[in-house]
Ligand binder design. Structure first.
Ligand code: ATP
Length: 252
C-alpha cells in the first residue's frame, strides 16, 4: 500500500503538490491522473525518495522509501524510461542493476522475455525506439519482483499490442496482491485497467474514486476527468482555425 499524507512540495513560489492525501491499496491498480503540470511526477518522485517533500509524507507499506532495506525488491519504478546509459546493451543495463541488488542473472533473462525484448537484448539502449525503451524501463521495474510498482506513463509510445500487454500485466500484478500506481493521460486505457482513480489538479486532490463511481452518471472516464479538471488546466492550446492570421486581403 502506498500512503500519501498531506504532501506538499514547493519549488520556490511554485506549489507543485499542495496538501495531497490519497492511498493506493494493495491488490489494486490505481490510476494517477491530472493535467500537464498537475504534480503527478513530483508526487511519484517523492514516493520513491528522489525529492524531499516540503511537508507531509509518502510511505510504501508503512515505510519511507529511504528506509527500505532492499528497495529494488520492494518497489519497481519507471519514472523516465530514457534514463538508461545509451552505450549499454539492454541486457548489460539490466544485469548491472541486478548485480548491484543481489538479483540473479536468470531473472534478467526472465524480465527480458516478459517484456518481449529477446531479439534486441544485445543492442545498445541508445538505438532503441520509444516503445522499446518503454519496455526496457518496465523490465527494470519488474527486475526485483517487487510488491509495489510505480509507473509513470508506462504505455507512452507502445504499439497497440504493447498497450494490451501492459494492461494484462498490471491487472495480473494487482491480482497477485501487489500495489500498482500508474499515471497516464490515456483515459480509455485507464478505464480498462484501473480499479481506483486519483485525479489531481494544481497539486490538489480532485477525486479519489473507483472507475464505476466516476462514470456513474453515464459518461465516460474522459467525460468525468474533463469535468473535474476544467478549472485546473494550466496549459490550453487553441485550434488551428482560431490561429489563422488574418490577411490584409490585398493582392499584387
Ligand atoms: N525540479 C523542479 N524545479 C522547479 N519546478 C518544478 C520542478 N519539477 C517540477 N516542477 C514544477 O512542478 C509542477 C508540477 O510538475 P510535474 O512534473 O510534477 O507535473 P505532472 O503532473 O507530472 O505533469 P505532466 O503531465 O506534464 O508530466 C510544474 O509546475 C513544474 O514546472
Amino acid at each position: 500500500m502506498i500512503e500519501v499524507e498531506a504532501l506538499t512540495k514547493c519549488y520556490g513560489s511554485t506549489r507543485a503538490v499542495d496538501g495531497l492525501t490519497f492511498t493506493a491499496p494493495s491488490g489494486t491498480v490505481t490510476g494517477f491522473l491530472g493535467p500537464n503540470g498537475a504534480g503527478k511526477s513530483t508526487t511519484m518522485r517523492i514516493i520513491v525518495g528522489l525529492e524531499r517533500p516540503t511537508s507531509g509524507r509518502a510511505s510504501i507499506d508503512g515505510q519511507l522509501y529511504a528506509d527500505l532495506v532492499a528497495p529494488l525488491q520492494a518497489v519497481g519504478v519507471m519514472l523516465d524510461a530514457r534514463s538508461v546509459h545509451p552505450g549499454r546493451t539492454a541486457f548489460r543495463h539490466l544485469l548491472a542493476q541486478a548485480r548491484t541488488h543481489g538479483i540473479s542473472r536468470s531473472r534478467v533473462d526472465e524480465v527480458i522475455e516478459m517484456t518481449g525484448l529477446e531479439s534486441v537484448a544485445g543492442r545498445r539502449a541508445g538505438t532503441f525506439s520509444l516503445g522499446m525503451g518503454q519496455r526496457l524501463g518496465i523490465a527494470g521495474a519488474l527486475l526485483g519482483d517487487p510488491h509495489t510498482l510505480i509507473l509513470d506513463e508506462p504505455v507512452n509510445g507502445l504499439d497497440p499490442d504493447g498497450v494490451l500487454w501492459v494492461r494484462g500485466l498490471v491487472r495480473d500484478l494487482a491480482a497477485q496482491g501487489r500495489t500498482v500506481l500508474l499515471s497516464s493521460h490515456l483515459m480509455h486505457e485507464l478505464a480498462l485497467c484501473a480499479d481506483q482513480v486519483v485525479i489531481i489538479g494544481k497539486g490538489r486532490l480532485l477525486a479519489d474514486a473507483s472507475v464505476p463511481e466516476l462514470t456513474a452518471e453515464g459518461g465516460s472516464l474522459e467525460d468525468a476527468y474533463l469535468k473535474l479538471t476544467a478549472d485546473a488546466v494550466q496549459f490550453r492550446g487553441r485550434s488551428a482555425a482560431d490561429s489563422v492570421v488574418p490577411t490584409t486581403g490585398g493582392t499584387r
